[in-house]
Design a protein around this ligand. Structure first.
Ligand code: BGC
Length: 723
């Protein structure tokens, strides 16, 4: 069933509008459904089956006879992935470079849904330019354990923050007539045994923590496709999970698009077909052997899968095509434009988190600094590729060193010392006897120390990299890799003006650095403009405004899944014993002090909060609470502050977390200026999921509203009553 894709595409683009012009007229509604039904009636069973499975790593076949083109998908989230050939090797093209977008947790750290929209919009433009009609992004599984290898790809530990970002990312992508594929549905929260593990989760945690962002992406963002996760839920694979796919997604949420399997994540024909999967993707070249190829044809003939079920899947696929590769007046598509560079610069510069600035070494005072030692492999490492899984062949990537060199040209001398090697090879080939370095490289260390000693200031870059944090495996622990702690100690000992800049996509144990170092900055796998954005933050051109999207625990065992010995599971069963107490919900409720809390991040300026008020004292269901709080910039720098609003319910009939994020807003405030920030919460958002009635219930009674600069820096509280 393999076809020459280019021919198919060209034929299709010539004939699509000639043969079925009316089809492309209306994007939604009954008229389109009726027209699609008419096409479905014209297709033979074989042609229908041909639409339901891959015919290449990222492609599906079309139907030449009716001029229906195949679909082309591609990864995300970091950008439009380079073209690959069978076997996943590079296609070695010169035309497939793209913009490298900051990773998911970086985007989440901006707390800025408008940037999530721009991410989606620009990625959509690039996808269109590369003729990829389904982008396999955004990915936003909840950060249940900081060890998950894909934490960097995902957003945060909070369903509300995830929802706000996911909806905008989806809308942005789809504004370009490119389908977003939200993934991985659902509870793919660890990489260890992801293809076999069963997640045993209670219904309330599923509904309150793990599903909300998917629900929002579908019901508010109108996502056109969704990817089923590799794992099982309650012993049933997500790709054949009637409850998840048919009942919740297609039933309750009225999802009209395509359920796409994760690559190679289909396990049966009849169960998967009947239980909601629409399209089987994978990367094995024997596409006729797929569960949704000849086996599906045979199952239909044997009466095990009905024609109605097949027709519904074909309908969904054509429906997505009429929104994407067969849409009317499709946008032109653009790639690697200055506008895209500006977007990735803006995301990167709003994502950087200032963790500690006790001696006010930042922003760098360039009137007194003449020499800077830039130290650490991460100052020159690139992050667009690495590890297992999706990367992007970046058109360019500005490293931190390059960013500093361009910003400081002629203003200070910069000396660079690598300090450590960031080479990480977890999967060594058999017979390879090379050992992981068990001590720091003394020659590299000596050069770093010498550079630090003779410079006014040391900027020390450590952290992870894309080989160290990767799809397909989890980290073993939170420790800093590559003997970085020894390097930090040695460099700090000779130069007290050392600024530690950690680059990573997930929490690490930086407890010793927090204790002994005065200045810590957190940055991410921050896209094509990462180095420029970082330099501008260090130099004070941009005030740091990133806030942590997840809790940094003091010790791994403080994190809920680890405290309860509920990770990575036993006998391929993982029990989500912590229930709804994920992330800060756990730390706050159990009164465990984190190293850095959810929502934390400093600025070069200061903000004074005052006068939290709500518009009323009591509310009915159906109403919306409006809370206002005054925020004044009392410092010297112009900055952006994210005001966070949490809700707390004491004396509830069910277990409740100490507090839950229900609203946030990022505002720009000039020095000396004050602004009144208004935050709204629909009363229905106060509901808990009642497992007895399977309904969302807004409990009457008293609630406390808490507004602040982080989950633990609450600046004002107010009480309200719900009747
Ligand atoms: C990942 C997906 C990805 C797919 C195609 C899978 O291994 O889980 O996120 O979209 O591969 O590359």
């Amino acid at each position: 069933m393999k076809k020459n894709l280019l021919t198919t595409y060209l034929l299709a683009s010539i004939f699509t509008f000639a043969i079925v012009p009316a089809l492309a007229q209306s994007k939604t509604g009954k008229a389109l459904d009726a027209k699609i039904d008419a096409i479905v009636r014209k297709l033979t069973l074989e042609e229908k089956i041909g639409l339901l499975h891959a015919n290449g790593i990222f492609s599906t076949a079309g139907v030449d006879r009716l001029h229906i083109p195949g679909l082309m998908t591609d990864d995300g989230p970091l950008g439009v992935r380079e073209d690959v050939k069978e076997g996943w090797g590079s296609a070695n093209l010169t035309t497939d470079s793209a913009t490298f977008f900051p990773n998911g947790s970086a985007l989440a750290a901006t707390w800025n849904p408008a940037l999530a929209y721009r991410y989606g919009h620009d990625l959509g433009e690039e996808a269109r330019a590369r003729k990829k009609y389904i982008m396999l992004t955004p990915a936003f599984n909840i950060c249940r354990t900081p060890l998950c290898g894909r934490t960097y790809e995902y957003y945060s530990e909070d369903p509300f923050l995830n929802s706000k970002l996911a909806v905008q990312a989806v809308k942005g992508i789809q504004s370009q007539d490119i389908a977003a594929c939200v993934k991985h549905f659902a509870v793919n929260n660890q990489e260890i045994e992801r293809g076999r593990v069963s997640v045993n989760i209670d219904e309330r945690a599923l509904r309150e923590i793990y599903l909300p962002a998917f629900k929002a992406a579908v019901t508010e963002g109108d996502a056109w496709t969704i990817m089923s996760a590799y794992n099982k839920i309650r012993d049933v694979y997500c790709s054949e999970n009637d409850y998840l796919l048919n009942k919740i997604l297609k039933g309750e949420w009225k999802f009209k698009g395509i359920v796409i399997s994760d690559w190679g994540g289909t396990h049966t024909t009849v169960a998967a077909a009947n239980n909601g999967l629409d399209l089987e993707m994978g990367s094995g070249p024997k596409y006729d052997n797929y569960f949704f190829a000849t086996k599906l044809l045979d199952s239909v003939k044997a009466g095990k899968v009905s024609m109605k079920v097949i027709d519904e899947k074909v309908h969904r696929i054509l429906w997505v095509m009429y929104h994407t590769n067969m849409s009317t007046n499709p946008p032109a598509g653009k790639i690697n434009t200055p506008e895209h560079s500006k977007t990735v610069y803006d995301i990167a510069s709003e994502s950087i988190v200032l963790l500690k600035n006790d001696k006010h070494l930042l922003p760098l005072n360039m009137s007194s600094i003449k020499s800077i030692a830039v130290i650490g492999d991460n100052a020159t490492h690139t992050f667009h590729l690495g590890g297992f899984g999706a990367g992007v062949k970046a058109k360019y990537e500005v490293t931190p060193l390059a960013g500093l060199q361009s910003r400081l040209a002629g203003k200070a001398t910069i000396s660079y010392a690598q300090g450590y090697s960031g080479v990480y090879q977890p999967y060594r080939r058999r017979g390879d006897t090379s050992k992981k370095a068990d001590k720091p490289d003394s020659a590299m260390m000596a050069k770093a120390v010498a550079a630090a000693k003779t410079s006014d200031m040391a900027l020390l870059f450590i952290g992870g990299n894309r080989d160290y944090e990767s799809e397909g495996r989890d980290r073993k622990d939170l420790s800093l890799p590559f003997h970085e702690q020894e390097l930090v100690d040695a460099v700090t000992a000779v130069n007290p003006n050392t600024i530690v800049i950690v680059i990573g996509g997930a929490p690490y144990d930086i407890g010793k650095i927090k204790q002994h170092n005065s200045t810590i900055v957190w940055s991410w796998y921050n896209g094509s403009e990462g180095g420029n954005a970082l330099a501008d933050v260090l130099l004070g051109k941009v005030d740091p405004s990133g806030k942590l999207p997840f809790t940094f625990p003091v010790e791994l065992k403080d994190s809920p899944a680890h405290a309860l010995d509920a990770y990575p599971g036993q006998n391929l069963q993982v029990d989500y014993k912590e229930g709804i107490l994920v992330g800060y919900r756990w730390f706050d409720t159990k009164k465990i002090a984190p190293m850095y809390c959810f929502g934390y991040g400093l600025s070069y300026t200061n903000y004074a909060y005052s006068g939290l008020k709500t518009d009323k004292n009591s509310y009915k269901t159906g109403e919306t609470i409006t809370a206002t709080i005054k925020v004044k910039n009392t410092g010297k720098y112009s900055g952006k502050e994210t005001v966070q609003l949490y809700i707390s319910k004491s004396g509830s009939v069910v277990e409740r977390p100490e507090k839950e994020l229900k609203s946030f807003k990022k505002v720009m405030i000039a020095p000396g200026q004050a602004t009144t920030v208004s935050l709204t919460v629909p009363v229905k958002d106060l509901a808990y999921y009642d497992i007895k009635t399977s309904k969302w219930v807004v409990e009457p009674g008293k609630y406390t509203i808490l507004a602040g600069a982080s989950s633990r820096d609450i600046k004002g509280t107010a009480s309200i009553t719900v009747n």
